[in-house]
Design a protein around this ligand. Structure first.
Ligand SMILES: NC(=O)c1ccc[n+]([C@@H]2O[C@H](COP(=O)([O-])OP(=O)(O)OC[C@H]3O[C@@H](n4cnc5c(N)ncnc54)[C@H](O)[C@@H]3O)[C@@H](O)[C@H]2O)c1
Length: 368
C-alpha cells in the first residue's frame, strides 16, 4: 500500500462498466458503510463510465456523474480509485492507464486474456506502487475464510487432497447477456478463465501453490462457437497434496455451484454454494460411532460473517460476496493489511489458465 493519499479526504471512486458486475459492485459500495462503519475509509461514488445508457445507470446505481469515455475515469484528477467491471479484453488498457495515473485499482477477474497480458498489467501496477485487488470474491466469502482458518489451525491435519468445482448451465446459450464470454477475442480462455480462475484461486488460498497440472477440456457448444465449455484439471501442489478441478458451463440442472472438499489426515471440510452460509466439517478424531460430517452454520461467532449476520441462521447471498470482497479491500486501504486478493493473485491465476490450455493442447503435465 504505497500510494500517498490524504486520509482525511474521502476516497473518490470511479467505475467503468454498467452491466451485471457494475450493478453489484455499486450496490456493495452502497452497503459497505452501513455494515463496516468506521472500519472502512469514507468514500464517494464520483463517476461511472459505460457504452450505453450510462446516465440511466448512474442515476439508478447512485453515481454523481456519467461519461461514455473510460479515460475520464482512469486519467481524472478527481478520482482516487478505479473499479473495472467490463469484459476481459478491455481490462489491460484500463488497468495500465489507471496504474500510470496512480489510481487504486479494483479489477474484475480474469484480469486479462492470457498470462503474458496479465504480467504486463501486474508490472504496471508494481511500477506505480498502487494498491490493487482482483475480484476473486469467493476467497473472502465467510465460509471460505472459516475453512482457511480451520486448515491453518490444524483442524483437519495435513492436507492431502483438494476437489474443487464451478458449474453453470446457462452461459452456453448465445442469447444470454453473458454471451461475450463465448468469443475468445473478448473473453480469453472461455470456461477455464471465466470460472476456472476462481477455483484456481480457491485451491491456492486453501492448500497452496500448484507445482504442475494436467488438463483436458471439451467444446460441446454449437459449431459456430469455438471455445472450451467444460474442463477437468488435475493438480499437484507444492506441498505434495493432489487435487482435481471440474469446471463446466454445461452442468444441466446446476444454475450455479462453486464448491470444494479439502481432505486432511485428521479430517475434512466441504462447501457448496447451494448452502452458502454453511461449512461441513468431518473430524476423524471423533469416536467411531459418532463420526460423520457436521454442519457449521455461519453467524456472529465467525468474524468474517459477524458484520453481516445478526444471529446464526440468517443466511448470506451472492450480493454479500461483493460486500465482503470490496469491504476487505477498503479495510486493507485503511489499515495497511492484505486480506483481499492482490493483483499478483490475478496474474498467477492467469498463468494457471495458460498452463491448463497448454496441457489440454499438448496432452501433457505442465510445470508451473
Ligand atoms: N467476480 C465474479 O464473481 C464475477 C461474476 C460475473 C462477471 N465477472 C467479471 O466481471 C466483468 C464484467 O462482467 P459482466 O458480467 O458485468 O459483463 P456485462 O456484459 O454484464 O457488462 C459489461 C459492461 O461493460 C461495458 N463496456 C464494455 N466495453 C466497454 C468500454 N470500452 N468502455 C466502457 N464500458 C464498456 C458494457 O457496456 C457493459 O455495461 C468480466 O471480467 C467478468 O468476467 C466477475
Amino acid at each position: 500500500m504505497t500510494q500517498q493519499r490524504d486520509p482525511s479526504r474521502p476516497i473518490r471512486i470511479g467505475m467503468i462498466g454498467t452491466g451485471f458486475m457494475g450493478q453489484l459492485h455499486s450496490a456493495a459500495y452502497k452497503t459497505i458503510p452501513l455494515i463496516y462503519r468506521d472500519t472502512v475509509p469514507s468514500f464517494e461514488l464520483v463517476r461511472i463510465a459505460g457504452r450505453s445508457n450510462v446516465a440511466d445507470a448512474a442515476r439508478h446505481y447512485g453515481w454523481a456523474q456519467a461519461t461514455d469515455d473510460w479515460h475520464a475515469v482512469t486519467e481524472a484528477e478527481d478520482i482516487d480509485l478505479v473499479d473495472i467491471v467490463t469484459p476481459n479484453d478491455t481490462h489491460a488498457a484500463m488497468v495500465i492507464s489507471a496504474a500510470r495515473h496512480r489510481k487504486i485499482i479494483v479489477c474484475e477477474k480474469p484480469v486479462a486474456l492470457d498470462g503474458q497480458q496479465a504480467r504486463l498489467m501486474g508490472q504496471a501496477v508494481a511500477d506505480a506502487g498502487v494498491a490493487a485487488t482482483v475480484c476473486f470474491m469467493y476467497r473472502t466469502w465467510p465460509a471460505v475464510q472459516v475453512a482457511r482458518h480451520m486448515i491453518g489451525r490444524g483442524d483437519i491435519g495435513t492436507v492431502h487432497g483438494f476437489r474443487g468445482r464451478f458449474l453453470h448451465d446457462h452461459v452456453s446459450d448465445p442469447r444470454d447477456p453473458a454471451a461475450w464470454r463465448l468469443d475468445p477475442t473478448r473473453a480469453g480462455a472461455a470456461v477455464i478463465a471465466d470460472i476456472g480462475s476462481h477455483v484456481f484461486d480457491l485451491a491456492r488460498h486453501l492448500v497452496g501453490d500448484v507445482s504442475e497440472l494436467f488438463a483436458t477440456a471439451r467444446g460441446k457448444l454449437p459449431a459456430n462457437v469455438r471455445v472450451e465449455d467444460e474442463a477437468d484439471i488435475l493438480l499437484r501442489f507444492e506441498t505434495g497434496a493432489t487435487g482435481h478441478i471440474w469446471v463446466s458451463w454445461l452442468a444441466t440442472g446446476t444454475g450455479m455451484d462453486v464448491g470444494f472438499e479439502v481432505h486432511g489426515d485428521r479430517g475434512a471440510l466441504r462447501f457448496t454454494w447451494t448452502r452458502p452460509s454453511e461449512l461441513l466439517f468431518f473430524d476423524s478424531r471423533a469416536p467411531r460411532d459418532a463420526r460423520g460430517y457436521s454442519t457449521i452454520p455461519l453467524g456472529p461467532a465467525h468474524p468474517p460473517a459477524a458484520p453481516l449476520t445478526e444471529f446464526t441462521g440468517m443466511g448470506l447471498g451472492f450480493q454479500d460476496g461483493f460486500v465482503t470482497l470490496l469491504g476487505a479491500f477498503l479495510q486493507d486501504l485503511r489499515n495497511g493489511t492484505s486480506s483481499a486478493p492482490t493483483f499478483d493473485d490475478g496474474v498467477i491465476a492467469a498463468e494457471y489458465v495458460d498452463a491448463a490450455l497448454k496441457s489440454h493442447r499438448d496432452r501433457a503435465w505442465i510445470p508451473i
